[in-house]
Design a protein around this ligand. Sequence first.
Ligand code: HEM
Length: 263
Amino acid sequence: MSDRSVTYGSYLAVDELLALQRPRSEGPEHDEMLFIVIHQVYELWFKQVLHELDHVIDLLDARELPRAQHTLKRILTILKVLVAQLDILETMTPLEFQSFRSRLEAASGFQSDQFRQLEFVLGNKSPAAIERFGAGSRARTALEGRFAKPTLWDAFLRYLSREGYAVPQPLLSRDLTAKIEPSPELQTTLIAVYRTDPRHADLCERLVDLDEGIQEWRYRHVKMVQRTIGAKMGTGGSSGAEYLARTLMTPVFPDLWEIRSSL
Ligand code: HEM
């Protein structure tokens, strides 16, 4: 084998990857390794989910429904892993976390730009989330790019309109940086989709799965936070579990939930 041939290690950059876990505690504390690895794994999955969401948007724009559905299915499967992974972190007791928590200083998942990117693609955009990152940084550039871009919901509405459904014009030309607001006119159209068009109703159901999956992650995260730090403040400076509880039960695609009582 020549020195230049591709190997498992060189292709996956295993040496570089294994050098990226750098505990800060003295010793170091046994549980800090798990805490680092699990967050890094999350960041890698966030990267993949963003990659796939961008693909779904492109596929909807190209009116390639089966491939868009297939990609959504992949995203939903990853999301299940993201939720299930919290079980691993819940094997860490409050005292084990306490043994290295002070070494995190002000670091917090609150500062995950990829999580904010995910929120942006799903329509939950905020300029304040961008400003937390330094000018010119990778994180800020990525968030600025996504702030102005159409969300998955916009791609879905454009798709429905091209398929001949009545999508209110103001929704098709809405301010892409604004929050997604429920629309009674659109809900009438969505009810018709559910009643008469199983193929597209199925697409709507995958979006509901995605929405519910994100809400499920938030719920499981807040329960994990409650059992690990109780009512203590977060390292990111928020009120902790109390702040996180306020983010629960907020759907990303409100219209798809609103119509349920009329179906
Ligand atoms: C022992 C484990 C964990 C604890 C105690 C914890 C605690 C917290 C707390 C208290 C917050 C609120 C912000 C703050 O003031 O810090 C927060 C936010 C957040 N955490 Fe965690 N977390 C843990 C694990 C994780 C993991 C594994 C992830 C995966 C990436 C994660 C991602 C996030 C995200 C994305 C936010 C921002 C949520 C939002 O603003 O809606 N956390 N976490």
